[in-house]
Design a binder for this molecule. Sequence first.
Ligand SMILES: NC(=O)c1ccc[n+]([C@@H]2O[C@H](COP(=O)([O-])OP(=O)(O)OC[C@H]3O[C@@H](n4cnc5c(N)ncnc54)[C@H](OP(=O)(O)O)[C@@H]3O)[C@@H](O)[C@H]2O)c1
Length: 322
Amino acid sequence: MKAIQFDRIGGPEVMYYTDVPRPEVRPGTVLIRNQAIAVNFGDLFFTRNEYLVKPRLPDTPGMEAAGVIDAVAPDVSHLKPGTRVAYIGMGSYAEYTLIKAGRVMVLPEYLSFEEGAAFPIAVLTAWHTLHTCHHLTPGQTVIVHSAAGGVGIAAVQIAKAYGARVFGTVSKDSKKSIVRDFGADEVINYETDDFAATALRLTDGRGVDLILDAVGKPTFEKGLSCLAPFGHLVLYGRAGGAPERLDPLRLFSKGLKVSGFAVPMVYSMSEIHQRAVADVFRLSREGKLRIPVGKKFPLSEAAEAHRYLLSRESTGKLLLIP
Ligand SMILES: NC(=O)c1ccc[n+]([C@@H]2O[C@H](COP(=O)([O-])OP(=O)(O)OC[C@H]3O[C@@H](n4cnc5c(N)ncnc54)[C@H](OP(=O)(O)O)[C@@H]3O)[C@@H](O)[C@H]2O)c1
């Protein structure tokens, strides 16, 4: 089968399209024939050996996709060949991927393979930062950084569905309209405007209740300065570099809270995970949550897709089509 591999650590240039043996099912697994593969920012960290999961060279990047079950291990009784599924699991930049049965979600009829591939990591990360890390209540004000991206666009919609007032930030004016179209009340260009000053002005000086920050260094400190009393900043990424070390005394005067989140930690917490999966499918069925596909690339052009994600031009999810 065809797959993307890399045998040295580095950026997009280390990936190549090649032939590898098709995996055989092992106990507890299913083999998926991928139809659409999502590109995540974490994939860029993976090839650079900066992700939570470490590559074992030569390795295949990718952490989610949608496709059809091709084969099922004899000890897996609840899944059948031919079923349309999405999954979260490593090694998805390939025609076929072997996945633990517990990581597979049966795709509802109303989601295409492309929508299914774009869905799991982005929406579950957005959902958990809003509802598991934080307990979002109607009327709270939320800043979503990089709001035109995969996680950002999901977070904007979920926060709006739960009655929040949402300010999205983007680095280019050209991305503003998509964030507005997906429901944000205000969109701020955080490269040209001071997002913290704007948020304070828009809240009559009170500040915001929650900030979802996966940018890091350029936004973290400033974010603390525009939180409302008892406000909360969830740091779940560092696309712009790791933030400076935090002096906890900074949190005293306004009773602030800073927390972190990495979505893989919840996969094994089945009750929390299932609650999130059920709710995001409900929101999607009710037409309140949709992940737009920004651009599609052939699987062979994975390096090009990574370069595009790094360019900060992209909106929505990028997909690879095998
Ligand atoms: N903790 C978790 O479990 C988890 C799970 C999924 C994703 N994440 C994180 O969430 C963020 C979004 O992930 P995604 O896959 O949905 O990607 P994405 O948002 O579609 O793309 C990344 C966006 O990051 C922004 N960005 C800010 N500084 C950047 C820089 N120096 N270089 C490149 N991009 C920069 C860009 O938007 P603007 O320029 O408009 O800001 C870019 O479009 C990433 O930081 C990712 O690592 C974390």
